[in-house]
Ligand binder design. Structure first.
Ligand code: NAD
Ligand code: MN
Length: 358
C-alpha cells in the first residue's frame, strides 16, 4: 500500500476551514479505497505566524517541505498585513524556489451549478488554463525611489526567458494533445508589448511544429476576455503569462459559477521538488469564521493532487462524489446562491465517497 506524505499549509482566513475539510475528505477517500493512505503534517505558517515572528515561514521552511510528496495549501492574506508581504512571504516563496512553473487551472461547469452566462451549460465551457508561474510580470524585479516625492519612480520589471517560455508553451501543447479536442489558444499582448510578447508568439510557432495534431491559435488578452464570455465553446486549453492567466482564471472561475469551486495545481513537472495544490480563491476574510466557505475548490484541488500522485481512479472517484453533491442545490453554499455550510457539504461528499446517502 502506498503512503503519501503531504505537507498541509492552511494559511489564513478560510484557508484553515477549507483545508481542514479537504483533509477529512481525502482521509475518508483513502480509507474507502484501501490502496493508499495519507500522512498529513500541518504547518502553521501565514499571517498569525508573521505577527509573532516577523516572517511568514521559518528560514528552513523549504528544507522542511522538500521531502513531502505534495503540498496542500489553503490561502494567505489578512486585513492587517500587506498583501504583497503575505503573497511573497509564503505562496511565491514556495512556488518560485520549487520551480513550480506550470500552474494548471481547470474550469468547467459542475452539475447543478449555473453559469452567470445565459444559455451556457457544461458542454459549452470546459477549459484548462495553463499559467506561467515562475517569471514574467511576477519576477519580483524592480524598485521604487523617492517615495512620496513628486519625482517618485517605481517599476516592476517583467522578465521572460527563452527557456521559461519554451517549457510552459511545450507543457501547454502536451496538455492540449492529451485532451479530446486537441485545441490550444496562446494568449499574449504582442501588439503593445513588442519584445517579450513577440518572443512568445515566435516560440509558440516553433513548438507548434512538434505537435502537428494540435490545432492552435493566438489571441490578444483583451480580446480573449470577450471570447471567453461570448464564445466559450470555441476554447479548450489556454496558455498565458503569469499576470494574464491570473486574471483570466478568476474570470473563468466566475463564469463557471463561483471562485469557491476553482482548483489549481502548481506543478514542478520534472518532480525535482514537491508540487503544490490549492484552491484559486484567497483567504476571504469577509466570510471567515462563519462556516460558509465553499470547500468544493479545495476538494477538486485534492483530486488534482491524487492525479499527480498517480491515483487516477481515486481522483475520478472524488470528482464523482463532488459532482453528486453540487448537483443538489440544497447543498450549495451562499456563494452559489444556497444556504448550506462547509460542514454539510463536507459531510455530504464524505458520504458520497463512502457510497452512503445523507
Ligand atoms: P478572495 O478570493 O479571498 O475573495 C473574493 C470573494 O469571493 C469574497 O467575497 C469571498 O467571500 C468570495 N469567496 C472566495 N472564496 C470563497 C469560497 N471558498 N467560498 C465562498 N466564497 C468565497 O479574494 P480577495 O477578497 O480579493 O482577497 C482576500 C485576501 O486573500 C487578500 O489578502 C488577498 O491578497 C488574498 N488572496 C490570496 C490568494 C492565495 O492565497 N492564493 C489568492 C487571492 C487572494
Ligand atoms: Mn489570482
Amino acid at each position: 500500500m502506498s503512503q503519501y506524505r503531504i505537507a498541509a499549509i492552511p494559511g489564513d482566513g478560510i484557508g484553515k476551514e477549507v483545508i481542514a475539510a479537504g483533509i477529512e475528505v481525502l482521509d475518508a477517500l483513502a480509507a474507502r479505497n484501501g490502496g493508499f493512505s495519507f500522512e498529513f503534517e500541518s504547518f502553521d505558517w501565514g499571517s498569525d505566524y508573521y505577527k509573532k515572528h516577523g516572517v511568514m515561514m521559518p528560514s528552513d521552511g523549504l528544507e522542511k517541505l522538500k521531502p513531502f510528496d505534495a503540498i496542500y495549501f489553503g490561502a494567505v492574506g489578512a486585513p492587517d498585513v500587506p498583501d504583497h508581504v503575505t503573497l511573497w512571504g509564503l505562496r511565491l516563496a514556495i512556488c518560485q524556489p520549487f520551480d513550480q512553473y506550470a500552474n494548471v487551472r481547470p474550469t468547467r461547469i459542475l452539475p447543478g451549478i449555473q453559469s452567470p452566462l445565459r444559455d451556457v451549460g457544461a458542454k459549452d465551457l470546459d477549459w484548462v488554463i495553463v499559467r506561467e508561474n515562475s517569471e514574467g510580470e511576477y519576477s519580483g524585479v524592480g524598485g521604487r525611489v523617492h517615495k512620496g516625492l513628486p519625482i517618485e519612480v517605481a517599476q516592476d520589471v517583467s522578465i521572460m526567458t527563452r527557456p521559461g517560455v519554451e517549457r510552459i508553451i511545450r507543457f501547454a501543447f502536451k496538455l492540449a494533445q492529451s485532451r479530446p479536442r486537441k485545441l490550444l489558444t496562446v494568449v499574449t499582448k504582442s501588439n503593445a508589448q513588442r519584445h517579450a510578447m513577440v518572443m512568445w508568439d515566435e516560440i509558440a510557432e516553433e513548438i507548434a511544429a512538434e505537435f502537428p495534431d494540435v490545432t492552435w491559435d493566438k489571441m490578444l488578452v483583451d480580446a480573449m476576455t470577450m471570447r471567453m464570455t461570448m464564445k466559450p465553446g470555441t476554447l479548450d486549453t489556454i496558455v498565458a503569462t503569469n499576470l494574464h492567466a491570473d486574471i483570466l482564471s478568476d474570470l473563468a472561475a466566475a463564469l463557471a459559477g463561483s471562485l469557491g469551486i476553482a482548483p489549481t495545481a502548481n506543478l514542478n513537472p520534472e518532480g525535482t521538488y514537491p508540487s503544490m495544490f490549492e484552491p484559486i480563491h484567497g483567504s476571504a476574510f469577509d466570510i471567515t469564521g462563519k462556516g460558509i466557505a465553499n470547500p468544493v475548490g479545495t476538494f477538486w484541488t485534492g483530486a488534482m493532487m491524487l492525479d499527480h500522485l498517480g491515483e487516477r481512479e481515486a481522483a475520478a472517484q472524488l470528482m464523482r462524489a463532488v459532482e453528486m453533491v453540487t448537483a443538489d442545490p440544497a447543498l450549495h453554499t451562499p456563494d452559489l446562491g444556497g444556504t448550506s455550510t462547509t460542514r454539510r457539504v463536507t459531510d455530504a461528499v464524505i458520504a458520497a465517497v463512502q457510497g452512503r446517502n445523507t
